[in-house]
Design a protein around this ligand. Structure first.
Ligand SMILES: [Zn+2]
Ligand SMILES: [Zn+2]
Length: 259
């Protein structure tokens, strides 16, 4: 049975709904893996088709998460562009661009999540001492991981929607700037160096937030003359050496979600 029915999409409206869906999926993965790991448990006993199913289910759920939340945000973004132009906002083009990012992202996240599950299982089971198969699965595919994935992918939905809107506004000839903005959450050492810089600077380090797991930065669109925005402190010039210094002890993967 498919993990998501068409009717489910309408019921998924809040981060809590998603968390619940992801936890359900993880519960099913734990049962499937437990059955196939065998006794003594060994990752090599799990058939490729089981891993494939897990990856496909993850991908379907991630796409639902990204599209479910991204669409709500996209509508708001498109309404906000309308304020600055007499022309028709290219809603279809903006939506298509967002969908293409969401599809790529869900594929990448599903592969990353599945790979990590396999790797963590292997290293947990490859120890000398006997480990509990059940406890290992509970740890690897538990609530903490589901929460991390939800948090990070909500940030991805927000970031991808903002960038689709940014491209749409630019295509109308508007003087628009995509500004990286920190939000109150735990930050790595790199994100603060991107704060309030605009697209030409921060895009050298990330495609859009999240820059890493649990990154809650957002993109804000600012309209108007860049020099004017700079003098008012709405935008600031980025400092490459500060980002690179920060990267020395805190690696920031370029748009590579390692969930
Ligand atoms: Zn960060
Ligand atoms: Zn961040």
């Amino acid at each position: 049975m498919a993990i998501l029915q068409a009717s489910d999409f309408k019921k998924i409206r809040t981060p809590e709904d998603f968390l619940k869906k992801i936890e359900q999926l993880y519960g099913r993965e734990r049962r499937d893996l437990s059955k196939h790991l065998g006794n003594p448990p060994d990752v090599r006993n799990v058939p490729a088709k089981v891993w494939k199913q897990i990856r496909e289910d993850e991908e379907a759920l991630m796409l639902a998460l990204l599209v479910g939340f991204g669409s709500m945000m996209l509508d708001d973004w498109m309404d906000s562009i309308e304020v600055f132009t007499e022309e028709d906002v290219p809603r279809e083009r903006i939506r298509r661009r967002f969908m293409s990012t969401a599809r790529k992202r869900s594929r990448a996240v599903a592969s990353s999540v599945t790979r990590t599950t396999k790797k963590r299982l292997r290293s947990a089971l490859d120890t000398e001492e006997r480990v509990s198969k059940r406890r290992t699965l509970d740890e690897i595919l538990g609530t903490a991981r589901a929460e991390t994935v939800t948090r990070t992918e909500l940030s991805a939905a927000r970031g991808a929607a903002a960038m689709a809107a940014y491209e749409g506004a630019k295509s109308l000839g508007l003087d628009v700037h995509a500004v990286w903005t920190l939000r109150p959450c735990d930050h790595c050492k790199v994100c603060p160096n991107l704060h309030r810089t605009d697209y030409p600077f921060w895009s050298q380090y990330a495609a859009h937030p999240p820059a890493h797991v649990n990154c809650c930065c957002v993109i804000e669109l600012e309209y108007g003359d860049r020099d004017d925005l700079l003098s008012r402190g709405v935008i600031r010039e980025g400092d490459h050496s500060a980002v690179i210094d920060a990267k020395v002890d805190e690696r920031m993967p370029y748009f590579e979600p390692r969930l």
